[in-house]
Write a protein that binds this ligand. Structure first.
Ligand code: NAD
Length: 282
């Protein structure tokens, strides 16, 4: 381990072990140009370019949203694929290499030992009143729940025991790395990704003499699953990172720390608190 703050480092990969790669871009001309350059440089060094399948490395070129898209595209091979992000706009939280550093990055990929850091994800399971199936999602940042229309009125349970009745705009469940995204805008805490937790924050809850919620973010450990059950309207508007879907006939939505993790390739140290400082303090 070369960085004491990245306590989630799981293993070191010797130089030359990353043999195949994919590149995902935001789609703008500059990001696409960088993509072509990366493909040219890595294939010249005998790495195999894969457009799909199970690449050892996925390089995202764009912003945090591009990395989120890449994560959802390659969710089926998280155990063997590592991610790295290049930002072509402002400094990204996941996209930490600059466009100017692309040559350094491609040289590092082929010639440097890299560390893999594994960060927790959020598991979301939605079950339905009149259907047997359960839909499962993995989130890298967060999942939010709003009502199909108007106010969200729902019971919140922790480990199957009723905790509160919620009335308000919605609820947000975030991962530690997602704690600096929407969660931060909801005054949630910033959580170090070495802590396998899920954070629950409220989106504009109603609190008065009749309705009461806890009003503080809750940080749940791995074994404390949280359930949300609709009270009247059984339609939930659910976002998982940048993706949004409407679910009808909802019986329950359950959120917990996922068993899967996302793996990032680190070719140089990137302490979490430095990233937080650089992104928000400057
Ligand atoms: P996007 O790529 O434009 O991202 C929106 C902003 O969120 C960007 O500035 C991005 O850098 C930042 N961001 C994303 N993940 C982050 C992280 N883990 N830590 C710090 N900043 C992060 O748009 P998109 O592709 O639709 O991104 C979806 C994400 O946008 C959601 O996962 C959510 O976290 C975020 N979002 C934030 C707010 C808010 O803060 N009020 C509202 C809606 C969505």
């Amino acid at each position: 381990m070369n960085d004491s703050s990245e306590t989630t480092v799981t293993d070191g990969i010797p130089a030359g072990s990353l043999r195949s790669f994919a590149v995902e871009t935001r789609g703008d001309a500059f990001s696409n140009e960088l993509k072509d350059r990366i493909i040219g440089e890595l294939t010249a060094k005998n790495m195999v370019y894969l457009d799909k399948g199970r690449p050892d490395l996925v390089i995202s070129v764009g912003g945090d949203g591009t990395l989120l898209q890449a994560f959802h595209k390659y969710f089926y091979c998280l155990g063997q694929t590592a991610f790295v992000g290049v930002h072509t706009g402002h400094l990204g939280f996941y996209a930490d290499w600059t466009a100017d550093e692309v040559d350094d990055l491609t040289a590092s990929v082929t010639s440097k030992q890299c560390n893999i850091v594994a960060y927790p994800l959020l598991n979301v399971r939605i079950s339905y009143k009149h259907q047997d199936r359960v839909r499962s999602y993995l989130a890298l940042n967060e999942c939010t729940i709003r009502s199909g229309e108007g106010l969200l009125v729902a019971d919140v349970l922790i480990r199957g025991e009723k905790f509160e009745s919620f009335r308000g705009d919605g609820l947000c469940f975030s991962t530690p790395t997602g704690s600096t995204a929407y969660n931060k805008g909801l005054s949630g805490a910033i959580i170090h990704p070495s802590l396998p937790t899920v954070q629950l924050t409220e989106i504009a809850s109603i609190n008065n003499r009749v309705f009461r919620t806890i009003g503080s973010p809750l940080i749940l450990p791995r074994h404390h699953h949280c359930q949300v059950r609709p009270v009247n309207d059984d339609r939930f508007n659910v976002t998982v990172d940048h993706l949004s879907t409407l679910h009808a006939d909802v019986k329950q939505m359950e959120c917990c720390v996922a068993t899967e993790k996302i793996r990032f390739a680190r070719f140089r140290p990137l302490p979490f608190w430095r990233r937080v400082r650089d992104a928000f303090i400057g």
